[in-house]
Design a binder for this molecule. Structure first.
Ligand code: PHE
Length: 501
C-alpha cells in the first residue's frame, strides 16, 4: 500500500494526469494489485486527498469449457471432422473423440443436418470445409474484443451461457481525481507528541490524529485479590459482625513458650519434634518472656495447680525459649489472653479472631502444604459453658451457609472438653471435618492471672478448606504456591458466603 499510495499521488501530481480514469487497467499497467489500490484509495478518500466516482464494468469471462472450445473447436465440429472421411458406428465415434464430445456433438450435428443415421452407422452429409464452426468463431470474436460487454448480442451470450462456456462478470473500480486536500505526499499523522519531536522541532509541522474520546482504555493489569484473600475478607466481615476484634498476627516467628508451653503442651509432646515443627536456627532462642508468668507456667507443668497435678517433669527454659515458625495462631491467642488478664483495670470480657499463616513440617500432598492459614476465634467471659461454644460455632457457620453441625469429642493439650466440628456441606453433599474447638484448660488460664470463673471458648479452622470448596479447587497447589496460575487470581469471582437464616 505504501507503493500504491506514492504511485497514485504521484500520478495525480502531473497536470496531464489529473485523474485516473479507471483504476483497474491503471493498476494492471502499473503492475500493482488492484485490491491494494482500492484499499489505498479508501484511506486517501478519508483524508480528502482524492475524490472518486464508482465504476462498474461488465465483461465476459470464459469457463474452462469455453477456453477449450476457443482453442480446439466445438464438439459438433469435432464430430463432423471425425465422420467426414468414412461413416462410423457410435462406438467407434466415441472411441475417436471421447464419450462426452460424441454425445453433445452428435446432437448438434443432427440439428444442423450435418450428419444422419444410416443403419447402425453415422454418416456425414457435409465436409468440414463446407461449414463454419459458429461457436468457436463467436468465442474468437469475444476474445478479439477483449471480452467487452457489447462484443456479442444478448441472445448470443445466452447460448454460450446455456452451454456453460461464458459468464458475465461485473468489476468494481474507481475513477480517481484530486480531492480538496490533495498533496503529492501524505504525511502520516502522529498519535503522540514525543520527546524527539520537541527536540527536533518536528512538532511545528507534524500533523496529529484527532483525539478519540470514545475509545475504551487499555485494561489495567494489576490489583487482584487472591482467592484466599477474598475468602479472608468475607470471614473478617462475618466475625466483625459478630463482635470479634482482630488479633495482631503479623509475626511468624514465635517462641516455643508461647506456641506450646503457655498452652500447657508438655515439652515432651510429639508435636514439638522437628518432624512436625520448623525450628529457627538463627536466632535459635527468644530473648525474653514475661518473667513471673514464665515461673507460673513452669510450675503448672511441673507440679500443677488450679486443681491439676501438672505433668511432673523438669521444665526446661532452653526448650521453652526455642524459636520456631508458629504452628498455630493459638500462639497469638495465648498472648492476647495474657494481655487481657494483665491490662490496666484488669480483665474485661472480649471476643477476638485472627486469620493468618501457620507452618507445619508436614508431608505435602493434594490437600496439605507446609504453610497454610488458620481462622481462629475466641470468647473470654465469665461462666461460659460448652453451650456457649456450640452456639457461637453454630452462629459462625450459619453465616457461611453451613447449618448442620456435629461435634465429636477430641483431645487438645490446651482445651477440655475438646470437640472436632463436622459440617454437612451443601455443595459437597457430605459430612466433612471443618474445624477444631474447645474450652481452654484451667492449667492454661490460671497462670495468666485470669479471674477464676472466667472461661474461654475457642475454635479454629483452615482458610484453605472453605476456599477450595468455594472455588472448586481440587489440588491445594492450584490455590497456593509457585504452581498457581496467575490468570486464576485475575478471574476468580467475588466470594460471598450466603447466610442461612
Ligand atoms: N489450634 C488448633 C489447631 O491448630 C485449633 C484450635 C483453636 C482448637 C482453638 C481449639 C481451640 O488445630
Amino acid at each position: 500500500t505504501e507503493v500504491s499510495e506514492s504511485k497514485i499521488l504521484g500520478h495525480l501530481s502531473t497536470a496531464a494526469h489529473a485523474s485516473i480514469d479507471d483504476t483497474f487497467p491503471w493498476a494492471a499497467s502499473e503492475k500493482i494489485d488492484h485490491e491494494a489500490v482500492v484499499g489505498t484509495i479508501k484511506s486517501l478518500m478519508a483524508d480528502e486527498f482524492v475524490k472518486v466516482d464508482n465504476l462498474s464494468t461488465s465483461f465476459y469471462s470464459l469457463t474452462g469449457e469455453g477456453e477449450t472450445i476457443l482453442a480446439e473447436g466445438s464438439q459438433e465440429y469435432k464430430v463432423l471432422k471425425a465422420l467426414e472421411d468414412a461413416p462410423l458406428s457410435l462406438k467407434d465415434l466415441e472411441a475417436k473423440v471421447g464419450k462426452n464430445i460424441a454425445k453433445i456433438g452428435m446432437g448438434n450435428c443432427m440439428k444442423k443436418k450435418w450428419i444422419k443415421k444410416d443403419g447402425g452407422n453415422l454418416l456425414a452429409l457435409k465436409k468440414s470445409s463446407e461449414v463454419s464452426d459458429e461457436v468457436q468463431d463467436m468465442l474468437k470474436k469475444l476474445k478479439a474484443a477483449d471480452f467487452a460487454k457489447d462484443a456479442i448480442s444478448d441472445k448470443e451470450f445466452k447460448d454460450l451461457k446455456k452451454r456453460k462456456m461464458a459468464n458475465l462478470v461485473t468489476r468494481k473500480s474507481f475513477k480517481v481525481e484530486r480531492g480538496p486536500k490533495y498533496a503529492p505526499q501524505r504525511v502520516k499523522k502522529s498519535a503522540d507528541l514525543t520527546k524527539e519531536m520537541l527536540e527536533s522541532g518536528a512538532w511545528k509541522t507534524a500533523e496529529f490524529k484527532p483525539y478519540n474520546f470514545l475509545t475504551l482504555g487499555e485494561k489495567v493489569g494489576g490489583g487482584y485479590l487472591h482467592p484466599l484473600l477474598k475468602v479472608r475478607a468475607e470471614f473478617r466481615k462475618i466475625l466483625m459482625e459478630m463482635g470479634f476484634h482482630e488479633m495482631p498476627t503479623n509475626k511468624w516467628v514465635e517462641s516455643s513458650f508461647w506456641n506450646f508451653d503457655s498452652l500447657f503442651q508438655p515439652q515432651s509432646h510429639p508435636a514439638r519434634d522437628a518432624h512436625d515443627t520448623f525450628f529457627i536456627k538463627e536466632p535459635g532462642a527468644t530473648v525474653s518472656v514475661p518473667e513471673e508468668y514464665y515461673e507460673r507456667v513452669k510450675k503448672m507443668h511441673e507440679v500443677g495447680g488450679a486443681g491439676s497435678i501438672g505433668y511432673r517433669y523438669d521444665f526446661k527454659k532452653e526448650e521453652a525459649f526455642k524459636n520456631l515458625l508458629r504452628t498455630h495462631t493459638t500462639a497469638v491467642s495465648s498472648q492476647m489472653l495474657y494481655k487481657l488478664a494483665n491490662q490496666p483495670g484488669g480483665f474485661k470480657p472480649a471476643r477476638y479472631y485472627s486469620i493468618d499463616r501457620v507452618f507445619r513440617n508436614e508431608t505435602m500432598d493434594a490437600t496439605h502444604l507446609c504453610e497454610f492459614h488458620q481462622v481462629e476465634g475466641l470468647v473470654a467471659d465469665y461462666d461460659l459453658s460448652l453451650g456457649d461454644l456450640i452456639g457461637t460455632i453454630e452462629t459462625f457457620f450459619k453465616k457461611i451457609g453451613i447449618t448442620q453441625l456435629r461435634f465429636k469429642p477430641a483431645f487438645n493439650p490446651y482445651t477440655e472438653p475438646s470437640m472436632e466440628i463436622f459440617g454437612y456441606h451443601p455443595d459437597l453433599k457430605k459430612w466433612t471435618e471443618i474445624g477444631n474447638s474447645g474450652m481452654f484448660r484451667p492449667e492454661m488460664l490460671a497462670p495468666m492471672g485470669l479471674p477464676e470463673n472466667v472461661r474461654v471458648i475457642a475454635w479454629g479452622l483452615s482458610l484453605e478448606r472453605p476456599t477450595m470448596i468455594k472455588y472448586r479447587i481440587k489440588n491445594i497447589r492450584d490455590l497456593f504456591g509457585h504452581k498457581v496460575e496467575m490468570a486464576r487470581t485475575r478471574t476468580a469471582p467475588i466470594c460471598r458466603f450466603d447466610a442461612v437464616e
